[in-house]
Design a protein around this ligand. Structure first.
Ligand SMILES: NC(=O)c1ccc[n+]([C@@H]2O[C@H](COP(=O)([O-])OP(=O)(O)OC[C@H]3O[C@@H](n4cnc5c(N)ncnc54)[C@H](O)[C@@H]3O)[C@@H](O)[C@H]2O)c1
Length: 418
């Protein structure tokens, strides 16, 4: 796909700043045609979903968590237990609490105005499509797919949401964080001159592992331990490092054109850890030949660094809060919780009848990370056109509990690009 065909950025650039102005003006109540109370449904009631429901309730007046759904009853019950007693904004009766494969359909059909999609990312394209088809506004966690087919579906849904006047905000929360917004505005206004290079990092130790229970089928185990299986989680360059790659795309106002990389699995090698890598290092080339280097790892006992660094002809910025060079800057504004602010901005845009739509933007950032994974798994240079044209479908069309072999661990040079 050409760069042009995939760069409908005009409406993406409206961003949170425009919404903040609407909120400040106070002119948004009821304007979106919604009843006083905005009813919200949660799909995926794990750690982030439960917190996102909380963030949503904290963000705005007249919102109600109205329905919840998860694949697993025990997780659903745990999340309901966590949210119970939080106040009147939590109002999920037993008949609006669902579990099973069609829980998302039941949440969407429960009379909600908006859904929070917080399952593992493999399911996101399916759930987003169902939500947009049903005319629901969406908050969706990043990443938004694990393969090119999923990305194309998300882009289609995002474009349809725009036609229908529905809002989509994504969980790339740095885009709603005061310090990042102010610093990035200055970068875009030329404070560091022309960008000539950047570095992005998400280096940390290992994550959680759930011990397989005798009653779990292969599929149940892989979904419960989704971060270790690319078909449902995308691998950590996609699942976690997307945050920093998204900042690079934001600074560059573009997605990378090609990528090379190296990676592997050295310290997290046990069978319980599926087939994903524990480290990646990529070189992304952006328009104008600008090189963005990227590192991410999940290796216990190694150094941690989660950051970005943007280098320009007139200065250097950490993208978040400071600029050093011709135009020195240090952010001293508000430090509102970005996990709350993203819901504030989303709901204000819905009420204003000026829906934010971050669907294509987050699809591009997810695809950039997928391109990095493809480069590292295969050891080949991968262009944007190759990545978007990839026929590799990781996420099955239908999933049911049963046997499922663990995908082979990729070996650069032997694993073929598909
Ligand atoms: N923005 C951030 O900073 C941030 C932080 C953490 C996680 N996340 C993202 O949030 C998402 C969820 O992560 P998490 O940490 O909450 O994981 P989790 O495992 O705690 O929760 C995921 C939940 O989804 C449920 N689920 C799986 N498949 C389902 C399906 N088909 N239908 C309904 N429910 C299903 C699981 O049972 C589980 O309860 C991921 O995409 C992750 O990348 C974002």
């Amino acid at each position: 796909m050409s760069n042009d065909a995939f760069s409908r950025r005009d409406f993406l650039r409206t961003g949170a700043t425009a919404t903040a102005a609407l909120v400040a003006s106070g002119n948004y109540a009821h304007a979106g045609g919604y009843a006083d109370k905005l009813k919200v449904g949660l799909v995926g009631c794990g750690g982030r979903g439960t917190d996102a429901a909380r963030n949503c309730m904290d963000s705005s007046e007249n919102v109600e968590i109205h329905a919840m759904g998860d694949l697993f009853q025990d997780v659903l019950n745990g999340s309901r237990g966590n949210l119970k007693g939080i106040g009147t904004k939590y109002n999920v009766s037993d008949d609006r609490a669902f579990f099973g494969w069609d829980a998302y359909k039941k949440v969407i059909a429960s009379g909600v105005d908006m859904v929070i999609l917080a399952t593992p990312p493999g399911f996101r394209p399916i759930h987003l499509k169902a939500a947009v088809d049903a005319g629901k506004n969406v908050f969706m966690e990043k990443p938004v797919a694990v393969d090119a087919a999923g990305i194309k579906s998300v882009i289609e849904s995002a474009m349809r949401a725009k036609e229908k006047g529905l809002a989509i905000v994504a969980g790339t929360q740095r885009r709603h964080q005061g310090d990042y917004l102010e610093t990035m505005k200055r970068i875009h206004d030329g404070a560091i001159g022309d960008i000539v290079a950047a570095q992005v990092w998400w280096n940390q130790g290992g994550l959680w592992l759930k011990n397989r229970q005798p009653s779990w089928s292969d599929v149940e185990n892989q979904i419960r331990n989704w971060i270790y299986y690319s078909w449902v989680g995308g691998d950590h360059i996609v699942e976690q490092h997307i945050h920093n790659i998204d900042v690079a795309n934001w600074a560059m106002r573009a997605h990378p054109l090609k990528c090379t990389g190296i990676g592997g699995r050295q310290s997290r090698t046990g069978a319980g850890y599926g087939h994903v890598f524990d480290h990646f290092a990529c070189e992304f080339e952006y328009p104008g030949g600008v090189i963005v280097t990227s590192q991410c790892k999940q290796q216990d006992g190694t150094h941690s660094k989660v950051a970005e660094r943007i280098v320009g002809t007139k200065g250097v910025s950490n993208a978040q809060s400071s600029i050093k060079g011709d135009n020195n800057f240090r952010y001293d504004g508000n430090h509102k919780n970005a996990y709350v602010q993203e819901h504030t901005d989303l709901i204000a845009s819905i009420r204003a009848g000026k829906p934010l739509n971050e669907g294509v933007q987050v699809a591009e950032s997810t695809m950039s990370a997928i391109m990095g994974r493809m480069a590292c798994y295969t050891g080949q240079e991968i262009t944007w056109e190759m990545a978007m044209g990839s026929t590799e479908v990781l996420m099955p069309q239908t999933v049911e509990f049963g046997t499922m072999a663990v995908a082979p661990i990729a070996v650069p040079g032997l694993t073929k690009f598909a």
